[in-house]
Design a protein around this ligand. Structure first.
Ligand SMILES: [Zn+2]
Length: 110
């Protein structure tokens, strides 16, 4: 098959695009592995804290589970702006109306 100049250009562009997609795929796999490693570390830390709370405090597993369920239900809730009282996204942490930073009431907010 004989390709003309335009077809050669299209083929090169398609090959470049495929190369970029392959590199992005490799980068994303690397990021996923890194996140999986962090998740594994956090899961281990949570398990350790869970067992310490259960074994070394007066809290029962039911009380710990109940608290987790309570917090899970609140995860999507907005913060309240300390200046104007409006709702502030937990992800933004800054009031859209007055610009004040709303500090999270949680130690582990991400
Ligand atoms: Zn505000």
């Amino acid at each position: 098959m004989v390709m003309d100049r335009h077809e050669h250009q299209q083929l090169n562009e398609a090959q470049d695009s495929a190369g970029r997609a392959a590199r992005q795929g490799t980068e994303l796999k690397s990021e996923i592995k890194s996140l999986e490693a962090k998740l594994s570390t956090l899961a281990t830390a949570c398990q350790a804290m869970w067992e310490l709370l259960r074994d070394k405090s007066s809290l029962t597993e039911e009380q710990i589970q109940s608290k987790i369920e309570q917090l899970s239900g609140q995860m999507g809730e907005a913060l309240q702006c300390p200046q104007c009282g409006r709702q502030v996204s937990r992800k933004k942490n800054r009031c859209l109306f007055c610009g004040i930073e709303a500090e999270s009431d949680r130690v582990f907010d991400v």
